[in-house]
Design a protein around this ligand. Structure first.
Ligand code: KIV
Length: 348
């Protein structure tokens, strides 16, 4: 990737869009090597209450027509859905809110793949929901995320959107979508937003995808970066492992993170990065670094919701903290149902 200046030239795509979500670089140009222990001051640390902005999709519920005839009530009305919980006062509602959380408090995110989990995860107070391509390994029975395609991602993203979550909704770009051409990538990103209802998209990769990310951001598509372990490359790297243990890999991670910052990512996921390296990266880059298996030095944390809930077929990775054992709860309830039907206890 060609070296970039601090400010893009006047004719660069990122200057053509005044609403661009690209973070503004402050301070002098930096070297490509991490400067140990140096942290940057984040200037604007105020976090406003959720407020839709230019890149937030319209979540309004269609209004009833004034001239609609009242329906005859021959039957008891079905029970209304329970009242929505109020959004948590500090929950990020836009990519700008999210970026401003850096240095204020840890950002928190979870995956969701359907409407039920979307509502629960959002009401718990997360800053953003990721419809991850991890849906392939967690719910769809695949061994890796590679078989997950646009049809899967659109279906699950739209299901998550239908629950009308009050937080930011990010959808993963599936394997291969960034590799055909920029037009193909743009079209896939557009579909995730227009058809799926995503507020932003996530793309795996660093320097290799930075130029395309810059063009997407200039088009008005907010992008969440993803470095470290890239599950879509698992066949190429030969398995899941930590990244950044040796100096060369740590420097590569730094170069990737800077490339994503310069491309305009509003935040970057850092998966399975050595804790000390992730801590240093979080200090060095302007966008928040959201860690998964990368230790406590990141600006925020994301986990796969089914792992957190103990609802899985495959054992979750060792860095996961499991807060419930849904497998056990569900097994017990289902066995009880089977027993009661067989013994004619249910229906009573
Ligand atoms: O697909 C996913 O769930 C992810 C997270 C692990 C960050 O990419």
């Amino acid at each position: 990737m060609p070296e970039k200046e601090n400010q893009p030239p006047a004719n660069s795509p990122s200057n053509s869009n005044p609403e661009s979500t690209k973070p503004k670089r402050r301070g002098p140009p930096r070297s490509k090597k991490p400067a140990a222990g140096k942290s940057k001051k984040v200037e604007d640390s105020s976090v406003k209450q959720k407020k839709p902005d230019a890149v937030t999709t319209d979540r309004s519920v269609p209004q009833k027509q004034d001239n609609a005839q009242p329906q005859k009530r021959t039957q008891k009305q079905p029970q209304r859905a329970p009242e929505r919980k109020k959004p948590h006062h500090d929950q990020a509602g836009s990519v700008r809110d999210l970026a401003k959380l850096k240095g204020v408090r840890p950002i928190v995110a979870l995956t969701a793949y359907d409407s039920v989990m979307s509502r629960l995860v959002c009401d718990a107070g997360v800053d953003f929901i990721l419809v991850g391509d991890s849906v392939g390994t967690t719910l769809l029975g695949h061994k890796t995320t590679i078989p997950v395609d646009m049809t899967d991602m659109l279906r699950h993203t739209a299901a998550v959107r239908r629950a009308e979550p009050n937080c930011l909704l990010v959808a993963d770009l599936p394997f291969g979508e960034a590799s055909f051409s920029f037009d193909h990538l743009l079209d896939s990103a557009r579909r995730l937003m227009q058809q799926g209802g995503a507020d932003a998209i996530k793309i795996e990769g660093g320097r290799d995808v930075a130029d395309d990310i810059e063009k997407l951001v200039a088009t008005g598509i907010p992008v969440l970066g993803h470095i470290g372990l890239l599950p879509q490359t698992v066949k190429a790297i030969g398995g899941y492992r930590k990244f950044g243990a040796d100096r060369q890999e740590a420097e590569d991670l730094y170069t990737d993170a800077i490339a994503l910052e310069e491309a305009g990512c509003f935040a970057v996921v850092g998966e399975m990065i050595e804790e000390s390296v992730a801590r240093e990266l979080a200090k060095q880059i302007l966008p928040p670094l959201i860690g998964i298996g990368s230790g406590a030095g990141c600006d925020g944390q994301i986990l796969v919701s089914t792992d957190v809930l103990g609802y899985h077929v495959n054992k979750p990775p060792s860095f996961v903290k499991t807060y419930a054992n849904l497998n056990q709860v569900i097994s017990k309830a289902l066995s009880q149902y089977v027993t009661e039907v067989k013994s004619k206890k249910f229906p009573a």
